[in-house]
Write a protein that binds this ligand. Sequence first.
Ligand SMILES: NC(=O)c1ccc[n+]([C@@H]2O[C@H](COP(=O)([O-])OP(=O)(O)OC[C@H]3O[C@@H](n4cnc5c(N)ncnc54)[C@H](OP(=O)(O)O)[C@@H]3O)[C@@H](O)[C@H]2O)c1
Length: 388
Amino acid sequence: MKTSQKKIILLGSTGSIGSNTLNCIRRFADKFKITGLAAGQNVTELVSQIEEFMPSSVYIANPEASKLLNEKFGSSLEVFDGDNGLESLVNATECDIVVNALVGAVGLRPTISALKRNKRVALANKESLVIGGDLIQELLNGGNGELLPVDSEHSAILQCLSGVKESVIESIILTASGGPFRNLGADRFSSITPDQALNHPTWSMGRKITIDSATLMNKGFEVIEAHHLFKLPYSQLRVWIHPQSIIHSLVEFHDGAIMAQLGLPDMELPIQYALSYPERFPMNGKRLSLPEIGNLQFLNPDFDRFPCLRLCFEAGEEGGTAPTVINAANEVAVKAFLNGKISFTEIGEIVAYALHNHRAVPADSIETIEEADIITRKTIHCNFLNKR
Ligand SMILES: NC(=O)c1ccc[n+]([C@@H]2O[C@H](COP(=O)([O-])OP(=O)(O)OC[C@H]3O[C@@H](n4cnc5c(N)ncnc54)[C@H](OP(=O)(O)O)[C@@H]3O)[C@@H](O)[C@H]2O)c1
């Protein structure tokens, strides 16, 4: 390993962001070295990544797969699994940067472990911030850890805010493609199938975030994420639908000027920027040509057809454990929708039920957050899913 190489733990290496991150590491093999990898179930892909990147440690959620890795790689590889295995991987593995590309609430504990070790976290796992934003903020204020967004919208805002004083920001405007149902009539929403919802018009992503993009829950989560990252109240956070996904987000200043960051819809740039920040590394490939694109459109979101977006603003304003509850209810509901157990519109109904039947308390410990998460999941199963 060269001393100048930054050591990287990549959590969620077998997913969509994970594989894009590995492309970036391949491009800059002289600058980055993978020291740890973590995956859920896909042991075949993980084995081929271990053979290529030779990390010192890995985590796999599936215990059978963990045995197999131990047999195959012996003492050359430390293998973690089980409930606290992701934290153990982060705590035990040499690193400068932890890329968190896990999906769901499972991402919170390793984000916290990495920040406690004062590492840079390149955060794709927005659920960490949605449910643990207050805790994460406390760690950032009291330590030397660093949080860099991987989401293209927040990366865009970070780029627009370079050298800007917080006091001159009037609002942050997150753009959203609007998903596949941007123009669909409300009367047709209940018959939307998983295949239709998985067919995103501009982005290629994992299954859960693709459904969240179709309900606009993803944009709601990004609003909560922006609140924590850029320390703005919800009254200064807006969403514009922008079907072409070329402007990744905008910042409006108190003199009325607006700055935007533009690019083709491709996650490799925001991932690369979170690793190289504050430097910019070169990137080859197709360039954005606005004359080729021709038109850029913007619309206000329709909160009636997309109630999940409104629920996120509501939960964000309420604070405490309210965002944990919408995240947990949404994770359960999205899985049930993908398994054909509930309709598309029931996702929003279930999330609304969970939020409106929860009394939020301060989300000041990981145990409080996990308790709210577990109770919500149980409630949704008992009241909606066990009967189906
Ligand atoms: N995809 C995008 O373009 C995009 C853009 C912005 C933000 N994000 C955010 O990035 C995160 C990842 O999204 P994605 O689209 O990359 O998801 P994905 O393709 O579904 O990948 C998820 C990754 O997490 C792993 N995983 C799941 N459960 C796990 C567990 N219990 N323990 C360990 N690993 C586990 C999966 O492993 P296995 O596959 O091996 O089971 C996989 O490697 C999400 O929070 C998403 O909102 C994604």
